[in-house]
Design a protein around this ligand. Structure first.
Ligand code: SAM
Ligand code: DTB
Ligand code: SF4
Length: 329
């Protein structure tokens, strides 16, 4: 949307992002009456973004399944019997075909995900070639490959990687209930390597894993206290996959999910907040509330990494009904 001269000055009234959010302050936001919270989130959103624009990102699993880690939510862990087959790394040509198709469907960002604890250097050679080729198509590039060393992050940067996704997933306190094969500190270290290499950070988490509201507070407070806020903050609703330890987890109140989005928006005002996994089982009304609460990015296309996502027709129709348009890169 082109802004007329008398349109709201989206950027000019915005205050500087804060990095000293206390848990008490974040908790107080979560506890606001719903209309007050949404109003605050909308106000911050409009000061920083055009509220009619949504970023369209596409996800491709370039290496599926067989992961040695024990993340309790994940269908790709080799420890759980989820029916996900372990595949080899895709070829460059196959990845390029998918990237081209994503571009033709209107995506501006292409995210490549691999089910690794961390990439081997030989794998990284292949991924760097993919990043270079996808970027040459004019797409923003993103990868999520697990833990990185500082040198690996620099190599990815040199190949043209724009974003690296590495989620904190939950609060430091709840983390050990969900993953035992690596620590919160490991996650923070990789994020620092990515930041130091000059790659934009995509970092968020999952809600609905049986965590308490205090854990959601702890997750958002940690993200909002990073020295630089992640440029992208994906908020995932747990996709309960049969065979994983969280398969029978009870569903989270959708309003609590919307609250999490709103609090992310308020505390990280200039970050793009992605309404990430979980849309397939979410009503269109809940998704609309997420956009009102400040979400301004989605994954577009019928598959996430291994689980279903709404079809493109459904999303195009929803965006049209809500008057939303794709954000330019
Ligand atoms: N293996 C790498 C890693 O874990 O960093 C990259 C891929 S991993 C699948 C990327 C993210 O997907 C996870 O950090 C988690 O936040 C999200 N995810 C995985 N399974 C999910 C599920 N069932 N529901 C919601 N989010 C999920
Ligand atoms: C993120 O935060 N969510 C995406 C992306 N980053 C890589 C992954 C969602 C995965 C959902 C489960 C699956 O499809 O396997
Ligand atoms: Fe492996 Fe990533 Fe899944 Fe954890 S989330 S099991 S590291 S693919």
């Amino acid at each position: 949307m082109t802004l007329a001269a008398d349109s709201p000055p989206y950027a000019s009234t915005a205050s500087l992002p804060r990095h000293d959010w206390t848990r008490g302050e974040v908790r107080a936001l979560f506890e606001l009456p719903f209309p007050e919270l949404i109003f605050r989130a909308q106000s911050v959103h409009r000061q920083n973004f055009d509220p009619t624009e949504v970023q369209i990102a596409t996800l491709l699993s370039i290496k599926t399944g067989g992961c040695p880690e024990d993340c309790a939510y994940c269908p790709q862990s080799a420890r759980y019997d989820t029916g996900v087959r372990a595949d080899k790394l895709m070829t460059l040509d196959a990845v390029l075909d998918e990237a081209l198709a994503a571009k033709e469907c209107g995506a501006s960002r292409f995210c490549m995900g691999a089910a690794w604890r961390s990439p081997k250097d030989r794998d990284l050679d292949s991924v760097c070639a993919m990043v270079e080729a996808v970027k040459a198509l004019g797409l923003e590039t993103c990868a999520t490959l697990g833990m990185l060393t500082a040198a690996q992050a620099r190599r990815l940067k040199a190949s043209g990687l724009d974003y690296y996704n590495h989620n904190l997933d939950t609060s430091p306190e709840f983390y050990d209930h969900i993953i035992t094969t690596r620590t919160y500190q490991d996650r923070l270290r990789t994020l620092a390597h990515v930041r130091d290499a000059g790659i934009h950070v995509c970092c968020g988490g999952i809600v609905g894993m049986g965590e308490s509201r205090d854990d959601r507070v702890g997750m958002i407070a940690t993200l909002a206290s990073l020295p630089v806020h992640p440029e992208s903050v994906p908020i995932n609703m747990l996709v309960r996959v049969a065979g994983t330890p969280l398969a029978a987890q009870s569903a989270l109140d959708p309003f609590e999910f919307v609250r999490t989005i709103a609090v992310a928006r308020i505390t990280m005002p200039r970050s793009v907040v992605r309404l990430s996994a979980g849309r397939e089982n979410m009503s269109e009304e809940t998704q609309a509330l997420c956009f009102l609460a400040g979400a301004n990015s989605i994954f577009y296309g019928p598959k996430l990494l291994t689980t279903p996502n709404p079809g493109r027709d459904r999303d195009r129709e929803l965006m049209a009904r809500l008057g939303l348009t794709p954000m330019e890169p």
